[in-house]
Design a protein around this ligand. Structure first.
Ligand code: ZN
Length: 162
């Protein structure tokens, strides 16, 4: 049964409020995570507690329990000169930088206007209500190493990549 300290394998389809598919994990590439490791959005994690292998569930996650609301404070204008001269800035390009509170964040370049670069630190799915259609395909105890790392490793224990 799904709960803290379990490694869970899922198939899922994630759609937005209009039914557009945003992400999916099918039989040939299931998704696994460590429950309680904050690897998935909180609204989905809490909805999966108590499910077992073979269970299917539709879960609707509001932005507050998903990727958060869109914050205008994270839409920032910076000068072209703040980037390395060799960086080719293009709309949609992503890079890591420190957010307003010094935390590491991913920003996306939303527009380049002459010497001004508009960047956006919101998650691409911020403000979206997430519709998950989930099937649980495996549940097992996490290994000590997984608990220590705070994430799931591959089925053979060698899927370590970070
Ligand atoms: Zn690890």
């Amino acid at each position: 049964m799904i709960g803290t300290g379990k490694v869970v394998e899922l198939h899922y389809v994630l759609t937005d409020a209009k039914g557009k598919v945003l992400d999916r994990a099918d039989k040939d590439a299931p998704f696994s995570y460590l429950h309680g490791g904050q690897q998935i959005v909180p609204g989905l994690e809490s909805a999966l507690i108590g499910l077992k292998v073979g269970d299917k569930k539709k879960v609707v996650v509001p932005p507050a329990d998903g990727y958060g609301d869109v914050s205008n404070e994270l839409r920032i204008e910076v000068k072209r000169s703040q980037f390395p001269p060799t960086a080719e800035l293009q709309q949609g390009m992503q890079f890591q930088a420190n957010g307003p509170e010094g935390q590491g964040m991913v920003f996306t370049v939303s527009k380049v206007e002459g010497d001004t670069v508009h960047i956006d630190g919101n998650h691409p799915l911020a403000g979206e209500t997430l519709h998950f259609d989930v099937e649980v395909t495996a549940v097992r105890d996490a290994t000590d190493e997984e608990k220590e790392h705070g994430h799931a490793h591959g089925p053979d224990g060698h899927g370590h990549h970070h």
